[in-house]
Design a protein around this ligand. Structure first.
Ligand SMILES: *[C@@H]1O[C@H](CO)[C@@H](O)[C@H](O)[C@H]1NC(C)=O
Ligand SMILES: *[C@@H]1O[C@H](CO)[C@@H](O)[C@H](O)[C@H]1NC(C)=O
Ligand SMILES: *[C@@H]1O[C@H](CO)[C@@H](O)[C@H](O)[C@H]1NC(C)=O
Ligand SMILES: *[C@@H]1O[C@H](CO)[C@@H](O)[C@H](O)[C@H]1NC(C)=O
Ligand SMILES: *[C@@H]1O[C@H](CO)[C@@H](O)[C@H](O)[C@H]1NC(C)=O
Ligand SMILES: *[C@@H]1O[C@H](CO)[C@@H](O)[C@H](O)[C@H]1NC(C)=O
Ligand SMILES: *[C@@H]1O[C@H](CO)[C@@H](O)[C@H](O)[C@H]1NC(C)=O
Ligand SMILES: *[C@@H]1O[C@H](CO)[C@@H](O)[C@H](O)[C@H]1NC(C)=O
Ligand SMILES: *[C@@H]1O[C@H](CO)[C@@H](O)[C@H](O)[C@H]1NC(C)=O
Length: 297
């Protein structure tokens, strides 16, 4: 078989565009494209979206982070309560949510050091590492699942993971905004950030959304994260697939706190699936957010 110049250039172009987002930005930002650096790139982007911008230098965009109490469209949002154990909002495999403290191993401090947690046996560690793995898979990291970059083994239905949070349009809107800002802080253009926001909103921001596969290898499952009354309805709605929405119980509302780190720390280490809960959203959002980020520099 012979290739003309035209065919050859098309083949080269095809090869170039086949390089994954993960590989492309690992090379651009960290030079050597290996498992260590792919995991590091993903850690940087995820940690920034969670706790706000902490790396230097940045491109001058302040990212408050999804853990920050904030206003979105002039409405107060406080996503930290879904991470702290303040709400019985974690799907631990039963019919209602349970309180789990996912910030039980150093909180923001280790994240600022590009780590998931202080140690390796906490809720926080499992949540963050699952997040990196999921993100690595969706971004098609070439070293994902190979030595130095473990594969994701969590629940691939973002609805199942988030359903006891009963998230509303402002909460999900803030999530998406922070993901866009994290991407922007690493050099993404305004138009790409807008594209990202629109994509995230389409996949996770509409109640009753029909089953879909987010990870390449996953089966089709429910993915809606915005499920409260004020969420827009998906165009291809399948409302009967979803359970009735129940707001999570507030464990602190009656003046007694049942959300100590020690209580949450008792959570079984076998709960890797559910431990992806809150950040499962972030991962998925970030994965999509990274699509279209132009090369750094
Ligand atoms: C990847 O490259 C970095 C240097 O950029 C090196 O420190 C690290 O050990 C390498 N990792 C692997 C798995 O080869
Ligand atoms: C976050 O970004 C803003 C804008 O560039 C900057 O002023 C601030 O110092 C950054 N925060 C940290 C902790 O680096
Ligand atoms: C985590 O490590 C930091 C120091 O890096 C320390 O100040 C903090 O107390 C540790 N927290 C936990 C829960 O181990
Ligand atoms: C990952 O690979 C799949 C299959 O080639 C492709 O459809 C998808 O767009 C890729 N995702 C990213 C983020 O590059
Ligand atoms: C927030 O404001 C933006 C811009 O006006 C709008 O597109 C979005 O639908 C609003 N979201 C909510 C939940 O009000
Ligand atoms: C709409 O949902 C049905 C099943 O629920 C599916 O077969 C169809 O492909 C979906 N269409 C789009 C455009 O997503
Ligand atoms: C707080 O009070 C409400 C209303 O009495 C009750 O439904 C809820 O279970 C209480 N929560 C806790 C954690 O005790
Ligand atoms: C839970 O209760 C605390 C303390 O009263 C309050 O600050 C917080 O906003 C409540 N959260 C929800 C979701 O009701
Ligand atoms: C979650 O489920 C596991 C296994 O059933 C159990 O050991 C653990 O105590 C549960 N965690 C919470 C916070 O209920």
């Amino acid at each position: 078989m012979r290739f003309s110049i035209k065919h050859l250039s098309l083949a080269i172009f095809g090869l170039a565009s086949a390089e994954s987002i993960c590989d492309k930005y690992t090379t651009a930002l960290l030079k050597e494209n290996n498992a260590t650096n792919q995991l590091k790139l993903i850690t940087l982007v995820v940690n920034t979206a969670v706790i706000g911008n902490y790396t230097k230098p940045n491109v001058g965009i302040k990212v408050p982070g999804i853990l920050a109490a904030a206003k979105y469209n002039n409405t107060d949002v406080n996503l930290a309560q879904y991470f702290s154990g303040a709400l019985e909002s974690t799907n631990n495999g039963s019919k209602s949510g349970v309180s789990v403290n996912f910030l039980d191993d150093g909180g923001a401090t280790p994240l600022q050091l590009n780590k998931p947690a202080n140690g390796t046996s906490s809720n926080q560690y499992k949540l963050l590492t699952h997040l990196y793995e999921f993100f690595g898979a969706v971004l098609n990291c070439s070293q994902y699942g190979k030595s130095g970059f473990s594969s994701y083994s969590g629940d691939t239905s973002m609805y199942e993971v988030h359903k006891f949070m009963a998230l509303d349009a402002f909460e999900v809107g803030y999530f998406i905004q922070q993901v866009g800002m994290s991407a922007a802080s690493f050099g993404v253009s305004d138009s790409d950030a807008a594209t990202v926001g629109n994509t995230l909103n389409a996949v996770f921001g509409h109640k009753c959304a029909a089953a879909a596969a987010v990870l390449p290898s996953a089966k089709e499952e429910l993915q809606a994260i915005c499920i409260a009354d004020d969420c827009p309805v998906a165009t291809n709605a399948s409302c009967k697939s979803y359970d009735p929405v129940v707001k999570p119980t507030n464990t602190t509302a009656n003046g007694t706190s049942t959300t100590s780190a020690s209580a949450a720390g008792a959570t079984s280490t076998s709960n890797g699936v559910q431990l992806t809960s809150h950040l499962g959203l972030v991962i998925a959002l970030l994965c999509i957010a990274m699509v279209g980020i132009p090369p750094f520099g």
